[in-house]
Design a protein around this ligand. Structure first.
Ligand SMILES: Nc1ncnc2c1ncn2[C@@H]1O[C@H](COP(=O)(O)OP(=O)(O)O)[C@@H](O)[C@H]1O
Ligand SMILES: [Mg+2]
Length: 244
């Protein structure tokens, strides 16, 4: 473990701790010796070019991909040998790349389905519409007919309704207009302020750096740098991807 990681780990108990993670697909290495910490209550941005292994890392945490070796712990509980549903019970919520919604169901049905995860004391539609008012005008429409930004709002609203302790969001800003990205990040910022730990995979670097406490850079399956956003802005993180 690097001195930087050790410092992060010991200052705050980690929401997520990954140690020496190796993941392969059919013998092809996707992650090599990846170690990472998301201190509880903090926002970590995971940056890196296409194919670096960012989505694979999130899938490994949520239990959708079985690591070859290494250790993943969520709030001190080892999860790398658990099925995804058991990890979800620890409060790990994953908004996957693309649209984490059911396109043929209506917006309202997408939200109401959350009741099974969060309990009947929650008003899923009211909560989502308060956060993203535009969804209130779309309730009866198939979710797949919404604009890309509205679909991401729906995906994020669903994720937030399930009261995550560790929320992992994969490229939510992909292909969206800056104004929409701002709205999504406002919702993430609000949740971070309320104490939820966030792991954000992003290509929209400015928005991610604005929100993040710590930044990791992944390239070709390896962590090549870790630091604070100011280090990235100063060009302190060595990465062609970041333009330094
Ligand atoms: N289901 C899969 N089967 C085989 N190879 C995969 C699969 N998913 C991803 N890969 C490969 O693993 C590497 C990392 O992919 P990914 O985690 O999607 O990267 P990123 O999210 O950073 O773009 C890439 O080389 C990709 O082609
Ligand atoms: Mg990806």
């Amino acid at each position: 473990m690097s001195p930087e990681l050790r410092r992060l780990t010991h200052e705050v108990p980690p929401a997520l701790e990954i140690e020496h993670l190796h993941v392969s697909y059919d013998g092809m290495r996707a992650l090599s010796d990846v170690s990472m910490v998301v201190p509880e209550g903090s926002v970590v941005a995971l940056l890196g070019p296409n194919g670096a292994g960012k989505s694979t890392l999130l899938r490994s945490v949520s239990g959708l991909v079985r690591p070859e070796s290494g250790r993943i712990a969520v709030h001190g509980v080892r999860v790398d040998r658990r099925p995804a549903h058991a990890t979800a019970r620890l409060g790990v919520v994953h908004v996957p790349e693309g649209r984490g919604i059911f396109p043929s169901l209506s917006v309202q049905e997408n939200l109401e389905m959350c009741i099974y995860a969060v309990g009947h004391d929650v008003d899923p539609v009211g909560g989502a519409v308060a956060r993203f008012p535009v969804l209130g005008q779309r309730l009866k429409l198939p979710a797949g007919s919404l604009s890309g930004g509205e679909q991401q709002m729906l995906a994020l609203a669903r994720a937030l309704l399930s009261r995550p302790r560790l929320l992992m969001v994969d490229e939510i800003s992909m292909g969206l207009a800056p104004l929409i990205v701002q709205q999504l990040f406002d919702a993430l910022r609000e949740r971070a302020k309320a104490g939820t730990s966030l792991l954000l995979v992003e290509q929209y670097i400015d928005a991610a750096l604005e929100l993040a406490d710590y930044v990791y850079v992944l390239e070709k399956g390896r962590i090549v740098d870790v630091g604070e956003p100011a280090d990235v802005r100063r060009g302190g993180l060595a990465s062609a991807y970041l333009g330094s």
